[in-house]
Design a protein around this ligand. Structure first.
Ligand SMILES: Nc1ncnc2c1ncn2[C@@H]1O[C@H](COP(=O)(O)OP(=O)(O)OP(=O)(O)O)[C@@H](O)[C@H]1O
Length: 264
């Protein structure tokens, strides 16, 4: 091993040791088509980390590969546990939760029933434990308490997103992964959702946030990655990326961005 690669290895080991989530050289494919390549991501305890990028960049694929929904190459470590080949259930048991872009709610079940499903991993704990989890979610989302007997399918878009996040929180995750939580929501509701995301960090939940709304994501996040064509092309503190002329031009400009960054 060369001195440089040995030093890189030592650097990776040090980073892995202080990261809650450490993703190394992550790759995933659909059939013969590679969608993401050599993606490295770290989330430290108590951080909000965002991955921004245009449509088709591989953001959803990255979350699916981390969560074990897609078969991944590379390495996924959560607090040192290697989950690269683990099932989704094992990911959940280790404290990961994913809120997919589709929200994936059970429309004909009530708000409360949807939330109770989120505590499935605690089914052997005393009922009181799950009731307390429910009260915590209701404290965070009073609207869900008001509507607890209402069918999920009758909720507004913002309420559905709150329910999807609330259901994930019922499993008391250490790492919450959110795929495009602002998608399809009106600007005022988007503001509420990002306020909630920031308040979750205050409660000690670490968050990996995938977003096309780069401005809102960089505002709330501590650290950020830019993904294009399946590769991480930039990374850094979110405040630094928000002031980077290339990010401003591609993602935050008056035109709203979403042009590809040309990093040379
Ligand atoms: N089920 C699938 N089968 C085949 N190719 C897919 C599938 N899902 C995604 N892809 C391809 O993988 C690449 C990455 O897609 P992905 O959905 O991860 O991007 P994204 O950044 O999340 O985009 P978006 O913001 O549009 O959801 C794209 O080229 C996409 O066409």
């Amino acid at each position: 091993m060369s001195e440089v690669s040995a030093a890189n290895r030592l650097g990776d080991a040090a980073a892995d040791a202080c990261a809650l989530l450490s993703v190394r050289k992550l790759g995933a494919s659909y059939g013969h088509i590679d969608a993401i390549f050599d993606v490295d991501i770290e989330v430290r305890q108590g951080q909000i980390v965002t991955v921004i990028g245009p449509n088709g960049a591989g953001k959803t694929t990255t979350l699916a590969a981390i969560m074990g929904v897609l078969r991944a190459r590379g390495r996924v470590l959560l607090e040192g546990h290697d989950l690269t080949r683990a099932s989704i259930e094992e990911h959940v048991a280790h404290g990961m939760a994913l809120v997919p872009e589709t929200r994936a709610l059970f429309s004909s079940m009530s708000v409360r029933e949807n939330l109770e499903l989120g505590a499935f991993r605690f089914r052997h704990r005393p009922r009181r434990f799950r009731e307390e989890a429910l009260e915590e979610v209701f404290a965070l989302f009073p609207r869900l308490k008001e509507r607890s007997h209402q069918e999920a399918g009758t909720l507004s878009g913002g309420e559905r997103q709150m329910l999807a996040v609330g259901r994930a929180l019922m499993g008391k995750p250490r790492l919450l992964m959110l795929d495009e939580p602002s998608l399809g929501l009106a600007p005022l509701i988007v503001r509420d959702i990002f306020r909630i995301i920031a308040s979750l960090r205050e409660r000690g939940v670490s968050i990996l946030l995938i977003e096309q709304n780069a401005r809102a994501a960089l505002n709330v996040a501590d650290y950020a990655y830019v993904l294009e064509l399946g590769r991480v092309i930039m990374r850094g503190p979110a405040s630094a990326l928000a002031h980077d002329p290339r990010v401003i031009e591609a993602y935050l400009g008056a035109a709203g961005g979403h042009q590809e960054l040309l990093v040379t």
